[in-house]
Design a protein around this ligand. Structure first.
Ligand code: ADP
Length: 277
């Protein structure tokens, strides 16, 4: 069964933000190294450019540095050396007051949904707009629109615990889009979702990207990644070991089973960390 939102277009996302943006979907990691206290080097000399409107999968075995990469992007951690720029924000020089402002301009989707369990679906999405001071009328219109878009208009008054994992993640996506971000960051968004629904969710992210939103997705879902001809950045022991695209339709399965982590699969195009689309 196709989900209701499949037929809908994302094109109307363009240009309807609730505030002026400093995040324009561009990400620049320049020689970024992150060493934790205790000496573990989680990322080593990572240089990575993600252009506005790109879709990038970031994959790698456990311990490869994926979470650290996301924490740096969200400004939850600072690099030991190197610099990170997201849109017009140089993250190393954000003031304490700018940090929440910066984060609110990102749409973030987590593996464990992180919905507010005491609020219904509608209020979970509306809340994201209330905290940035959006007007009530605007909130009503936008939340109704977003719930339609993710196929959950009929669940607006349900609580998260009354929804399936896939439905909860669609609420989380609607919430991430509430303030019309130029950049959406997804951390294992299909990690708690059954395979069929995972494909639907990935399709939703693809259409979001087609409408002009940059999407950076950390994932273990190797089978899903192979369906899409998108840029794949492979991290291994804190370093970018491959960066390019997979010729989805013709590519054989990556030669390495999931448990052993990612290496450069046959059919992957592009070169080292300097690769650009
Ligand atoms: P992944 O998300 O790919 O599993 P992480 O970024 O979580 O990788 O971890 C990369 C490395 O950094 C691992 O060796 C991990 O043990 C270490 N690490 C992660 N967070 C911390 C921390 N807060 N303190 C010390 N070491 C950490």
């Amino acid at each position: 069964m196709k989900l209701e939102y499949k037929a809908r277009s994302f094109s109307c996302f363009a240009g309807i933000g609730t505030h002026k943006k400093g995040v324009n979907g561009m990400i620049d990691f320049r020689a970024v190294t992150k060493e934790y206290p205790g000496g573990t080097v989680a990322l080593r000399d990572v240089t990575l450019h993600i252009a506005p409107r790109e879709f990038v999968f970031v994959v790698g075995a456990s311990g490869a540095g994926k979470s650290t990469f996301l924490k740096l992007l969200l400004h939850e951690e600072l690099p030991t050396s190197g610099s990170i720029r997201v849109g017009r924000f140089e993250l190393g020089s954000l003031t304490q007051r700018q940090i929440p402002y910066y984060r609110r301009q990102l749409g973030v989707v987590f593996q464990d949904f992180r919905l507010i369990t005491t609020m219904d679906v509608y209020d979970n999405v509306a809340f994201a707009m209330q905290v940035v001071g959006a007007k009530d009328k605007r909130i009503q219109e936008r939340v109704a629109y977003l719930l339609q878009l993710v196929g959950l208009a009929h669940k607006a008054r349900s609580r998260p615990n009354e929804l399936s994992g896939g439905e909860q993640q669609r609420v989380a996506i609607a919430r991430a889009l509430a303030n019309n971000p130029d950049l959406v960051i997804a951390d294992e968004p299909t990690g708690n979702i059954d395979p069929r629904m995972s494909q639907e969710l990935l399709d939703l992210f693809m259409r979001l990207n087609e409408s002009g939103t940059t999407v950076v997705m950390v994932t273990h879902a190797h089978d899903l990644v192979r369906h899409y001809n998108k840029r794949i950045v492979i991290l291994q022991d804190g370093e970018v070991v491959a960066d390019g695209g997979l010729k989805a339709q013709h590519a054989p399965a990556p030669p390495v089973p999931a448990a052993q982590g990612w290496r450069r699969p046959a059919g992957m195009t592009g070169a080292g960390s300097g690769w650009r689309r």
